[in-house]
Design a protein around this ligand. Structure first.
Ligand code: URP
Ligand code: ZN
Ligand code: ZN
Ligand code: ZN
Length: 488
C-alpha cells in the first residue's frame, strides 16, 4: 500500500490552524496533510474515519512521576512505567516526560539517569524522556550537566523547599552554560515547616491542614524569588504546578519585562479546591498535593485566564499517585502508633491524573481549540526540545502521533475510576460529567488505543521509545555572551 495509515474526515487542529484535512502516515511519520477528499482512491494498510471529529497532535504530558519514592509523606508510588504509560495512552497522551530522581545522599545525576532508564526500558506504551531531579546540587552533579545534555536531557527540576538560594544559583549558572531549562518547585520551606509545627502544637492533623501548612504566600514568595534568581543569572526557568493566581501575576509581570520565565499549571488547580481535602474520613487525603488546591472559583478563574493569556506555557498533570496502605504495618502509611488517626504531614503528596488531563480540559470547553493544543502538546515539545518531531503535524518531519476525539455531542458520560488504566483505586474526579474522551490514540503511526475496539492495544507495551532531546526552542537567555559578574 501507498500509505500505512489514512485518517480521513477529521477536523485537524494544531496550535497554528484548524481545518478539514485528511492525514496520510508512512513509516511512523506524517506523510501528507491535505484538504479533505484528496485521498479518494488512495491505498492504505489501515484507514480511520474520524467522522468529523477533532484530530490533534498527540498529547504531551511533561510532568509525570512514575516509580519514584515519596518526597513528602510516606507511601509507595502506585504507578510504574508500564501502568503509568498505559494510563497515559488510554487518555490520548503519546509522550511523557517523567522524572529521574537523584537522592540527596547520591552525588551523581548520571547514576539517577541510568537507574531510571532501567525502570522505563521496554516497559512503555508512550514515547518518553526524563527531567533529572537535582536533590544534591554538589560539585559532582553540577559537573555532569554537560554529559546530561549529551545523553539527550535538556531539563532538570529543583525544589526551593530543599535547596539553598546559593545552591539554586549554582544550578542556574551551569544550566545557562549548557542550555538546560530549570524547572522550579516554588514554595517557601520555612513557612511550611513553621506552620506544621504550629498545627501540631494544636493537635490539628486532618488532611485539610495540609492546605493550611502550604499557604498561597509560601508559593507567591518563592515564585518571585525564583524569578529574581533567574533574572540575575539571565537563564530560562519554568515554574512548575502553579496554583495561585497571585503567583501567576509575578510570572506574567516577569514575562512582560521580557524575561524567559515560563510556567506550568495542572488540572487540580482548575477543578479541585481546598474543600476537597475536607471530605470525610480518609477521602480528603486523596486530594493532597503540593501546592494544594486553593480556595475556590476565583482561583480557578485566575488559572484559566493564565492559560488563555499565555502566562502558562503548559498544562501538565503532575501525575503522582501513591498506595497509602502499608502492607508491612497493615495500616495506612500516615497512621502509626503516634498518630492513630493519621497525620497530614505523612500523607504522600500527589494525585493521579495522567489519563484524565486532556479530557478534563477538553470537556471544560474553556480554551480555544488551538490554545488547547498549544498548552497540552506543542508548547511542551518546544520548551523541552522535542519540536517539531513532537507537538506538530508537519509532513515529512513530525512523528505520526495523533489524538482523535469523538464527533461533537456523542460522548457525554460520567467519569468513574473503573474506566481508568492507572494502578490506583481512585480518581479525584470521580463522578464528573465528561463531554469527550479520545476515541483513538496513534503513536508513530500505530493505533495504540481504540476505545470502541477493546480500548488499549496491549501488544504495544514496549513500543514507546526514549526520546533524546535538544535545547529548548523557546526564548533562552537574553544575552548571548558569557555571564560576567561585572555586568551586574
Ligand atoms: O504533590 C505533588 N505535586 N507531588 C509531586 C512532587 C512534586 O513536587 O511535584
Ligand atoms: Zn513539585
Ligand atoms: Zn471551578
Ligand atoms: Zn510533580
Amino acid at each position: 500500500a501507498e500509505y500505512d495509515l489514512l485518517v480521513l474526515n477529521g477536523v485537524v487542529v494544531t496550535d497554528q490552524e484548524t481545518g478539514n484535512f485528511d492525514i496520510a502516515v508512512k513509516d511512523g511519520k506524517i506523510a501528507k496533510v491535505v484538504p479533505r477528499g484528496s485521498f479518494d482512491g488512495a491505498k492504505a494498510t489501515k484507514t480511520i474515519d474520524a467522522e468529523g471529529a477533532m484530530v490533534m497532535p498527540g498529547g504531551i504530558d511533561a510532568h509525570v512521576h512514575l516509580a519514584e519514592p515519596a518526597l513528602f509523606g510516606k507511601g509507595q508510588s502506585a504507578d510504574n512505567y508500564e501502568s503509568g504509560t498505559r494510563s497515559a495512552i488510554s487518555g490520548g497522551t503519546t509522550t511523557l516526560i517523567t522524572f529521574a530522581p537523584q537522592r540527596k545522599s547520591e552525588p551523581s545525576l548520571l547514576a539517577a539517569l541510568e537507574a531510571t532508564h532501567a525502570l522505563a526500558r521496554d516497559n512503555c506504551y508512550t514515547d518518553y524522556s526524563f527531567h533529572l531531579i537535582c536533590s544534591n546540587a554538589g560539585p559532582q552533579a553540577i559537573s555532569e550537566f554537560k554529559a546530561l545534555r549529551e545523553a539527550g536531557i535538556s531539563s532538570l527540576k529543583i525544589y526551593m523547599t530543599y535547596l539553598q538560594d546559593s545552591e539554586i544559583l549554582d544550578v542556574l549558572f551551569e544550566a545557562r552554560k549548557q542550555k538546560i531549562v530549570t524547572m522550579i518547585h516554588a514554595e517557601n520551606g520555612a513557612i511550611i515547616d513553621w506552620t506544621i509545627k504550629k498545627l501540631e502544637e494544636k493537635k490539628l492533623f486532618a488532611p485539610k491542614y495540609h492546605a493550611t501548612s502550604h499557604p498561597p504566600v509560601a508559593e507567591i514568595e518563592a515564585t518571585y524569588r525564583a524569578v529574581s534568581l533567574s533574572e540575575f543569572i539571565d537563564v530560562p526557568i519554568l515554574i512548575v504546578h502553579v496554583s495561585s493566581p497571585a503567583a501567576a501575576k509575578h510570572i506574567s509581570d516577569a514575562q512582560k519585562r521580557g524575561l524567559p520565565v515560563y510556567a506550568e499549571t495542572c488540572p487540580q488547580y482548575l477543578f479541585l479546591t481546598r474543600k476537597d481535602l475536607d471530605k470525610p474520613g480518609f477521602e480528603g487525603a486523596k486530594c493532597v498535593c503540593s501546592p494544594p488546591p486553593r480556595e475556590g472559583e476565583q482561583d480557578h478563574e485566575g488559572i484559566w485566564q493564565g492559560l488563555e493569556d499565555g502566562t502558562f506555557t503548559v498544562l501538565s498533570s503532575d501525575h503522582c499517585p501513591f498506595i497509602y496502605d502499608n502492607t508491612e504495618i497493615g495500616k495506612k502509611s500516615c497512621i502509626d502508633s503516634e498518630y492513630p488517626n493519621g497525620h497530614f504531614k505523612y500523607i504522600p503528596n500527589g494525585c493521579p491524573g495522567v489519563e484524565t488531563r486532556l479530557s478534563l480540559a477538553f470537556s471544560a470547553n474553556r480554551l480555544k481549540l488551538q490554545k488547547f493544543v498549544e498548552v497540552t502538546s506543542t508548547n511542551a515539545a518546544k520548551l523541552y526540545g522535542l519540536y517539531p518531531r513532537k507537538g506538530a503535524l508537519l509532513a515529512g518531519v513530525s512523528d505520526a502521533d495523533l489524538t482523535i476525539w469523538y464527533p461533537d455531542g456523542t460522548k457525554e458520560f460520567e467519569l468513574t475510576n473503573s474506566m481508568l488504566h492507572h494502578n490506583v483505586d481512585y480518581t479525584p474526579y470521580e463522578g464528573r460529567t465528561m463531554k469527550q474522551w479520545p476515541r483513538y490514540t496513534v503513536l508513530r503511526g500505530e493505533v495504540v488505543w481504540a476505545k470502541d475496539e477493546g480500548g488499549l492495544v496491549a501488544s504495544k507495551k514496549g513500543f514507546g521509545q526514549f526520546l533524546k532531546r535538544d535545547a529548548s526552542s523557546l526564548a533562552g537567555s537574553r544575552s548571548q555572551e558569557e555571564w560576567n559578574v561585572e555586568n551586574f
